[in-house]
Design a protein around this ligand. Structure first.
Ligand SMILES: Cc1cc2nc3c(=O)[nH]c(=O)nc-3n(C[C@H](O)[C@H](O)[C@H](O)COP(=O)(O)OP(=O)(O)OC[C@H]3O[C@@H](n4cnc5c(N)ncnc54)[C@H](O)[C@@H]3O)c2cc1C
Length: 457
């Protein structure tokens, strides 16, 4: 057995401050009742290679966290070596090449703010604190995502430390199997990403947000409007609605319809604004804001008000193209049972085009529905923790699968990629990580006919 020697920090289970450190890594404050055997905070690639060698020599498995913002915290496993990637937080931008290089510990909002200053853009996530490590591995639903597509489509290459303890470059032409699997396998990926090479975009010239706030009594009209608008909603709008018990923190229960607009041309901008202006139910709104540009700070502040820190979270989701008549009874039930704000129900009109990129990521659909239950006091965990999972279970016959972004696979099994892709990921895993140094997802669906038969036997 080797001793672990790295230039970064090593904190062993049982040492003073260990528990606070582990719980401090979690955005979701629910105690997973498991603890790693040690937490390591590497400073560089050599440290990580030494950690991999050490873990193998002592027969321990490895987990990785970049920003700690996954709701299910797959990186907390009993007895594992937990690698915190917070020191991999450097980035650089090459404006001529329209590319950027960034470590997994870079916050999406940090990258976005740096790019804005240079009139550049990347479809980073909607909240502060989410790091690009976990975000890009699972897919990445970011700002302007309906136009730019899922964010991992803008990853050009990655540097990865494999289960062999080798640093490799993964791209469409080098280690293409790893590159394919890394874009979409999220918390089930079997390698340590130490750098992303990203494609970046010009900052859309016309940026604004419009919002219509409706009382809950208009639930039927609001969801029918959103559903029927469907794919006709201009792509420059990332249309979404939030049902919440306390709209804008002052009003009562209702639905906030948001239209963040990222338009490249004046025509595109006008088209986007017209969609909201001409809404047939606009007159029913308590508040209908004109288009205004909130700037990057306020944009993040607005979304963060729905995702406060220091809370416990029970989160689950589904993709669907079910009919609105099938969905509405469930939406009404959500309204009747929704826990107190800031808990909420998110509806997103995604309506993707065909996914042209060949990668592990492979599940999306017209409508995204996610339930976020959150509560401050640990004593309320029993009261609110099951709501999202139980409610999703009642609707799962209408779903085609889930996003890994808001996965709750520790509580409910669901399909997060196509059967074919899941099988391929597992084949690559068997080759790249034959001894299972890295963990899989908390759960996964039965993905092929033979396995289904075995279960039925
Ligand atoms: C407030 C909030 C807002 C969010 N908003 C969005 C959003 O707008 N769009 C969206 O798509 N998602 C969003 N998410 C979900 C989020 O993108 C995912 O949970 C993502 O995994 C978080 O990345 P992280 O690095 O912060 O998380 P972590 O919890 O640290 O990582 C999640 C998992 O990814 C793997 N991982 C992380 N880093 C590495 C690495 N370097 N190498 C290998 N594996 C690694 C590990 O298996 C880990 O368990 C949000 C989550 C929260 C809490």
């Amino acid at each position: 057995m080797e001793n672990l020697k790295i230039s970064g920090d090593i904190i062993i289970r049982g040492e003073k401050g260990f528990d606070e450190l582990v719980m401090g890594t979690l955005f979701n404050k629910i105690d997973p009742k498991q603890r790693p055997s040690m937490v390591v905070i590497p400073n560089d690639i050599h440290d990580i290679i030494n950690i991999v060698r050490y873990a193998k020599s002592v027969g321990k498995r490895i987990t990785i966290s970049s920003g700690g913002h996954s709701f299910s915290a797959n990186f907390i496993r009993e007895g594992a070596v937990l690698i915190l990637m917070k020191n991999f937080n450097q980035y650089s931008v090459n404006k001529d090449a329209m590319t950027a290089e960034a470590g997994p510990g870079v916050g999406g909002s940090v990258l976005m703010k740096a790019l804005y200053k240079e009139n550049l853009f990347f479809p980073a996530g909607h909240c502060k604190g989410v790091c690009i490590g976990g975000y890009l591995l699972q897919g990445g639903y970011g700002w302007n995502g309906r136009k730019l597509g899922i964010a991992c489509q803008s990853v050009l290459a990655m540097d990865i430390i494999t289960a062999n303890g080798e640093l490799v470059h993964a791209s469409p032409t080098q280690n293409a199997d790893l590159f394919w699997a890394a874009r979409g396998s999220g918390p089930g990926f079997f390698g340590i990403v130490v750098k992303f090479y990203l494609k970046i975009y010009p900052l859309p010239k016309y940026r604004a947000i419009m919002a219509h706030d409706f009382s809950i009594k208009h639930l039927d009209d609001v969801y029918r409007w959103a559903y029927e608008a469907g794919s006709s909603i201009p792509k420059a709008i990332e249309f979404q609605m939030i049902m919440i018990q306390k709209m804008l923190n002052i009003l009562g229960p209702g639905i906030e319809a948001f239209a963040p607009i990222f338009a490249d041309t004046e025509d595109e901008f006008e088209e986007a604004k017209t969609f909201m202006h001409n809404s047939p139910i606009k007159k029913k709104a308590i508040i209908a804001t004109p288009a205004f540009n909130p700037g990057i700070e306020l944009l993040y502040k607005g979304t963060m008000s729905h995702y406060p820190e220091d809370h416990h979270w029970g989160v689950d989701n589904m993709w669907t193209h079910a009919s609105i008549d099938d969905l509405l009874p469930h939406i009404k039930q959500i309204a009747e049972t929704l826990p107190p704000a800031p808990s909420h129900f998110l509806w997103l009109n995604w309506h993707p085009g065909n996914l042209k990129t060949d990668m592990a990521y492979s599940k999306e659909d017209n409508i995204y529905m996610a339930l976020y239950s959150c509560w401050k006091d640990a004593k309320d965990t029993e009261k609110y923790n099951n709501w999202a999972f139980d409610t999703m279970r009642k609707m799962e016959h209408l779903a085609v699968g889930i996003q890994l972004a808001d996965e709750g696979l520790h509580r409910r099994i669901a399909a997060f990629m196509s059967d074919e892709n899941l099988q391929k990921v597992q084949e690559i895993r068997a080759k790249r990580d034959p001894d299972g140094l890295f963990y899989e997802w908390h759960s996964k669906p039965i993905f092929n006919e033979r396995m289904k038969e075995l279960v039925n036997d």
